[in-house]
Design a protein. Structure first.
Length: 177
């Protein structure tokens, strides 16, 4: 598992005192406000202590240690910010999207493997897992309790309870003509 995960992208400066506006890549921008530090390299390089952070219009305004002016802040615009997995305690049963991507999708009853999770989106009330099989076919799987049996990203798989046609081409009932 990756030790450093993407928090978001610095999109612009805010004010003249070196604050940065971060577009968060997480479920809730408030998540960013709880981080003690951010990194400017995907392997934990260039650690910056978070001096202050707050949510503002769906974005995060972040004040980082060592950045005192708008000119210093401009050098960070369009850079990706990372956080350390070790700095976060997720609630029981919650996982980072990065941990779910790459998991094998198996049938809870038969053990049949349907493919691998290649993306996770959140277009509405629940997550949608994009599952790609060995033939390159892509299926969209609603990650809701009716269909999702067990998440085991630490073991590299999830088990599901699909309805008929969920993992077949066309997604329809196989008995229809």
């Amino acid at each position: 598992m990756k030790q450093y995960l993407e928090a978001g992208e610095f999109v612009t400066t805010h004010g003249v005192m070196g604050e940065l506006k971060l577009y968060p890549w997480c479920d809730d921008p408030a998540f960013i406000t709880k981080l003690p530090r951010l990194f400017l390299g995907k392997n934990g390089e260039k650690e910056k202590k978070v001096l202050a952070a707050r949510v503002h219009k769906g974005m995060c305004l972040v004040k980082l240690e060592g950045i005192q002016s708008i000119d210093e802040a401009r050098t960070y615009v369009r850079k990706i910010a990372y956080f350390a997995r070790a700095d976060v305690d997720l609630p029981e049963g919650r996982f980072f999207v990065q941990d779910i991507i790459g998991c094998k999708v198996k049938d809870a009853l038969t053990g049949q493997e349907y493919g691998t999770v290649t993306d996770v989106t959140h277009p509405a009330a629940s997550d949608i897992y994009e599952v790609r099989n060995d033939q390159g076919e892509v299926f969209l799987f609603p990650a809701v309790s009716e269909f999702l049996e067990e998440l085991c990203p630490d073991k590299g798989y999830i088990t599901v309870k699909p309805i008929q046609g969920m993992f077949t081409s066309g997604g329809g009932n196989d008995d229809e003509d």
